[in-house]
Ligand binder design. Structure first.
Ligand code: SAM
Length: 456
């Protein structure tokens, strides 16, 4: 038990490591049973259990690691249990996943991984499954991670083997393979398992970036003049964040919002539109930039509760908030940001369970919606105006293919070379659109394309 905390009933004899394992298992349960987001559930569970320091880190590592490795762990468990996973009680299955993760992906000694998981079975009301858990985990311990990947992926293609080893669904590996040179694929997949830094944005005109870096104990981001990168710490506790002078925002997102304002020279009195603005991160950056150069910003969002978040994020700046379907919007705008609803495959490192939640079926619906939003945005462009099409996904169907097809439907739109608007960013591809990557720039895998309506 962590020092200084009163034990809850049933937890009296738990050591800190055992409490960390219990918390990790509770997070797995919430994700599997309630469709919860691990990054929301985990901090509350850690705080509720009074875990700090190394124990909190252990709970995080076990919960996030087990979720990320889920697909491969499940295949190992299925083979060792000699039954399909739907024949195993879901709480017991989560115990097996947690135990298998410790055996195959951590330095926890095998006997401790098995014994603590069997003990956890008893403590979580699954005592009748303790023998089964013990037997399955002993079989899991018979090989290491590489051994299991070789065994399971023996007949698989090269992509199939990478999918197993880096524990990504095959369709995501295929999408990354389509978007990247072959030599980078393994690094891109591995980057999704690295613990991501937290990125902050110093909102323009509200706080100096150096001041934010000093307050947060972080370092200036290498590309965005507003970015601060943090290795640790809870950004929600920072005064600058709590008082609306800074926000949590990936540096790649900052670069995309910024690029819209850099792609052509801003003229006095421009009118800007953030078409799909919720929850308002990019709208906040645009609002600060618009305020500094005399542009007017309209921020639109379909869902009222998300439009409320946009209003909160942009409070204090003169932003017109509109709630409604972007496809029904009217007006003329000089700069439009279409940060489209997408699969989010570019931010898998920040959402441990996301890679297993998304499916190719989601992709088809999203691609259709993105195309309709692009058509709507094209109609809203003033002569000479620029549309930035942005996704937090590197999937070619959501990125380069969308740009190709919108240009077929709207041949008057000119594709601008976006790279100069990302000045200072290294390792960009040799093409006019920009694709950022965690393994290259340390940002989310944001995509950016700029389309201009001719002035005449
Ligand atoms: C990728 S998010 C935008 C993120 C935002 N730009 C930010 O940086 O915080 C896409 C947003 O589009 C909204 N959306 C989905 N369909 C829409 C539609 N038809 N019209 C307007 N907004 C829509 C979603 O609710 C979601 O908030």
């Amino acid at each position: 038990m962590t020092e200084g905390r009163t034990a809850r009933p049933g937890e009296q004899e738990l050591g800190a490591g055992e409490t960390a394992r219990l918390v990790a298992w509770q997070v797995l349960r919430a994700v599997a049973a309630d469709d919860a987001y691990a990054n929301l559930v985990l901090p509350a569970r850690i705080e509720g259990a009074g875990l700090t320091g190394r124990d909190a880190a252990l709970a995080t590592e076990l919960a996030y690691g087990t979720l990320r490795a889920g697909g491969t762990l499940d295949e190992v468990v299925r083979r060792c249990a000699s039954r399909d996973l739907d024949q195993i009680q879901p709480p017991v299955l989560d115990l097996l996943r947690l135990g298998a993760y410790q055996l195959l992906r951590t330095r926890v000694p095998p006997h401790a991984a098995v014994a603590t998981t069997v003990e956890l079975a008893r403590r979580t009301g699954n005592a009748r499954a303790a023998g089964f858990v013990n037997a399955v985990l002993r079989k899991v311990a018979g090989r290491d991670w590489d051994g299991w990947c070789d065994r399971i992926g023996g007949q698989a293609s090269e992509l199939g083997r990478l999918a197993l080893r880096h524990s990504h669904p095959g369709w995501i590996v295929a999408a990354f393979a389509d978007a990247l040179p072959p030599a980078e694929l393994a690094a891109a997949l591995a980057a999704d398992d690295d613990r991501p830094q937290t990125h902050l944005a110093a909102w323009p005109g509200r706080i100096d970036r150096a001041e934010l870096a000093a307050e947060a104990g972080g370092a200036p981001g290498p590309y965005s003049p507003y970015a601060v990168r943090l290795d640790r710490g809870d950004p929600g506790r920072l005064a600058a964040v709590r008082t609306g002078r800074a926000g949590v925002q990936d540096e790649g997102s900052q670069l995309c919002a910024l690029a819209l304002t850099r792609i052509t020279e801003v003229q006095p009195g421009e009118s800007w539109l953030d078409l799909c603005a919720g929850p308002g991160g990019k709208a906040a950056l645009l609002a600060g930039l618009a305020d500094g150069c005399g542009a007017e910003l309209t921020a639109n969002e379909l869902h009222p509760h998300r439009a409320e978040l946009v209003a909160r994020a942009t409070r204090g700046w003169p932003v017109r908030i509109v709630t409604g379907d972007a496809r029904a919007l009217t007006g003329r705008f000089d700069r439009i940001l279409l940060d489209a609803p997408c699969t989010g495959l570019g931010a898998l490192r920040r959402r441990p369970e996301a890679r297993w939640r998304r499916s190719p079926a989601d992709l088809a619906d999203l691609v259709r919606l993105q195309a309709e939003l692009l058509d709507a945005a094209a109609e809203l462009l003033a002569p000479g105006g620029v549309l930035a099409y942005v996704t937090c996904s590197p999937h070619p169907a959501e990125t380069t293919a969308q740009v190709d097809t919108v240009r077929n439907r709207h041949p008057q739109l000119e594709l601008l070379d976006a790279r100069p608007a990302f000045g200072g960013v290294d390792q960009l591809d040799d093409r006019p659109t920009v694709q950022l990557w965690p393994h290259r720039q340390g940002t989310d895998a944001m995509f950016f394309a700029a389309l201009r309506r001719p002035a005449g």
